[in-house]
Design a protein around this ligand. Structure first.
Ligand code: TYD
Ligand code: MG
Length: 461
């Protein structure tokens, strides 16, 4: 009997990168011990078209066309009516669109999707919820807690891929949620549920059904730290939209950020509050990341960050304290750690403030993650304020990138940031020269600066 030739490749559980040879360290992201074997059956080509296309979840093979002959159709979107969710999805759900929602366990993924499904069911959309984590009874309990009318939602507690595929074909739904992709397994593979092999195979096959049948499909993926389960990153290149939950579980606020979206803007942010009856959208979130202390304290600065299409005011805190260690600590929460070291070097070189004998901690209040460099100026002002133990002037707001030469560089959408700050009652803004508004903004004194030294001087007058 001829044995089937087995082709294998190695997939990184951290970044999803592939190599043909095993290595101790992933050549793509540099993580150690993350490469797992993935069997690519050579026989599968006949079943599902070419194997590579199937795994990437591409549409069914068809003839070669001239792009000019193809009608560019505006896809009609399914509006869920959950505004914050529609916003991160790029304005609603797209038929045939496949999304991944990642996040830590317990952050609210299942709750959110159940709420979305009930909204859709009420507007006449056929929805199927596949849960591999909870029994039907548990889901009913959750629905009761959410206070929704449970009729009409199709439900399946199942982890076997083949049964889910059959149900998807039989039920003919418009919207399917798989909660979570790591619990599924296919009979055709020997590896355990949650392994890279299973996660990739299951997601690719379901994606293919969704694409051909025009079903909107959402995968829930748990972010895992230990690497025993394949993380959601393995799927990022297969799906159209990648959303991640952010925010710390100690606060009620939950953020959902779009990291990738073939149908809308990236970095779009949805803001929710977890209540005793599920998640509620926060439609005007600009001030929720300001801490509650009254009056200004040393080490605290408010910045305006622009998340997707809207500005947010976030408090940046710093604590600079004498170190007892030979190499002082640099710790940042919600901000880039590498960038902090760089900013400290700029502060030393261009403003003459040395931190080599100081521990430096910085924090973005409220569990929000700020990735844009426009946070630089706020970080440095907070650090300087803490070092000098002097509070910055009342009602001050800042933004701006700090360059290695000590120059202050502009941030995108400066006007919108300034307007939002003025709307919330801030009276003074220190911003990059290039962002200076042409017309004065009512109630806001704008100080446009070119260099870090100017900004520091203006903040402490
Ligand atoms: P869940 O959606 O189960 O998280 P995930 O699917 O991401 O693992 O979220 C569960 C948490 O949310 C749990 O700690 C309880 C809390 N919760 C509320 O506070 N209010 C509610 O109405 C619901 C349903 C859950
Ligand atoms: Mg869940």
């Amino acid at each position: 009997m001829a044995t089937k030739k087995k082709k294998v490749e190695f997939v990184c559980t951290e970044c999803g990168g592939t190599t043909i040879k095993w290595a101790g360290r992933c050549p793509h992201c540099g993580e150690w011990n993350t490469l797992k074997e993935f069997v690519v059956e050579s026989g599968s080509a006949s079943r599902f078209g070419t194997d590579k296309h199937v795994r990437q979840g591409l549409v069914s093979a068809s003839e070669v066309l001239d792009l000019g002959e193809v009608q560019a159709q505006e896809v009609p979107r399914i509006i869920t009516g959950f505004d914050e969710f529609d916003r991160v999805m790029g304005g609603g759900l797209v038929p045939g669109g496949v999304a991944l929602i990642g996040g830590d366990p317990g952050i609210g993924k299942s709750t959110l999707l159940l709420q979305v499904m009930f909204k859709l069911v009420r507007s006449g959309v056929k929805a199927l919820y596949v849960s591999g984590e909870e029994s039907a009874g548990q889901i009913a309990m959750r629905a009761k807690r959410l206070g929704v009318e449970p009729n009409g939602l199709r439900l399946m507690s199942e982890i076997q891929l083949e049964k889910i595929e059959a149900a998807m074909l039989a039920e003919n739904p418009q919207f399917v949620v798989i909660d979570s992709i790591q619990t599924l397994f296919s009979d055709g593979l020997d590896s355990a549920p949650g392994s890279v092999t299973q996660v990739r195979e299951c997601s690719a096959r379901l994606t293919r059904i969704a694409k051909t049948a025009g079903i909107t499909l959402i995968f829930v993926g748990h972010v895992t730290k230990d690497g025993a389960l394949a993380g959601p990153r393995v799927l990022e290149h297969i799906v159209d939209t990648v959303l991640y939950f952010e925010g710390d579980t100690h606060s009620n606020f939950r953020l959902i950020r779009a990291f990738k979206n073939r149908f809308g803007a990236v970095n779009e942010l949805g803001v929710f509050a977890m209540t005793d009856r599920g998640l509620r959208g926060v439609s005007n979130p600009s001030a929720i990341f300001l801490s509650e202390h009254k009056g200004n304290v040393p080490g605290s600065v408010v910045m305006v960050t622009q998340e997707g299409t809207r500005p947010l005011l976030v408090e940046i805190q710093a604590l600079v304290d004498m170190t007892h260690l030979p190499s002082p600590k640099r710790l940042s929460v919600g901000l880039d750690q590498q960038r902090l070291s760089m900013l400290l070097a700029v502060l030393h070189r261009h403003a003459g403030l040395a931190c080599f004998d100081q521990d430096v901690f910085v924090n973005a209040v409220g569990g929000v993650k700020i990735t844009e460099p426009a946070a630089d100026l706020a970080v440095l002002l907070a650090i300087q304020s803490s070092m000098r133990n002097r509070a910055l002037s009342e009602g001050l707001v800042v933004f701006g990138e700090v360059g290695l030469a000590g120059e202050i560089r502009p941030a995108p959408r400066g006007q919108e940031r300034l307007k939002e700050a003025a709307k919330l009652g801030f009276a003074k803004a220190i911003i990059p020269r290039a962002n200076a508004p042409k017309q004065p903004i009512e109630g806001l004194e704008v100080i446009a600066v070119d260099r870090l030294t100017d900004a520091l001087a203006a903040a402490f007058d």
